[in-house]
Design a protein around this ligand. Structure first.
Ligand SMILES: [Zn+2]
Length: 114
C-alpha cells in the first residue's frame, strides 16, 4: 500500500489533497505532486452505523476519521475501530483507491489483510 497523493506549492509551501491547477493559498501555478509518508494525527473520528450503500453495511458499522497528515493537509479516511482524537496513525491507500487509517505501528500487521 502507498500513502495518499498530495500537491504542494513551490512558491508558498502550502499543501493540499485534491488536484488543482493552482495553489489555493497564493494562486501560483508552480505546484508539485508528491506521495505522503502516511503519518498523521487523528483530528476527528466517528462510527457510521447506518451505511448509505448496501456494500458498506457491516455489523458494528465502520469508522471514518479526519487525519491531519504530517505534511499538513487534513484528509478523510476509513478508519480502524477504536481510534481516538489525537492518536498517531498511519494512512495508506487501499486497492480501491480509498485511504485507510490504522494506529501507528500496526500497519505491518494490517498490510496483508487487504
Ligand atoms: Zn502557494
Amino acid at each position: 500500500m502507498s500513502g495518499p497523493m498530495l500537491q504542494s506549492c513551490r512558491t508558498c509551501r502550502h499543501g493540499w489533497q485534491f488536484q488543482r491547477a493552482a495553489c489555493p493559498a497564493c494562486g501560483a501555478q508552480d505546484i508539485v505532486a508528491a506521495e505522503s509518508g502516511g503519518g498523521g494525527t487523528v483530528w476527528s473520528v466517528t462510527t457510521v452505523l447506518r451505511a448509505p450503500l448496501p456494500e458498506l453495511d457491516m455489523p458494528g458499522g465502520y469508522g471514518i476519521a479526519l487525519v491531519t497528515l504530517d505534511e499538513g493537509p487534513r484528509i478523510m479516511c476509513r478508519s480502524a475501530p477504536g481510534l481516538a482524537i489525537g492518536e498517531r496513525v498511519q494512512v495508506a491507500v487501499e486497492a480501491d483507491g480509498m485511504p485507510r487509517a490504522v494506529p501507528a505501528g500496526s500497519e505491518l500487521e494490517d498490510a496483508g489483510s487487504g
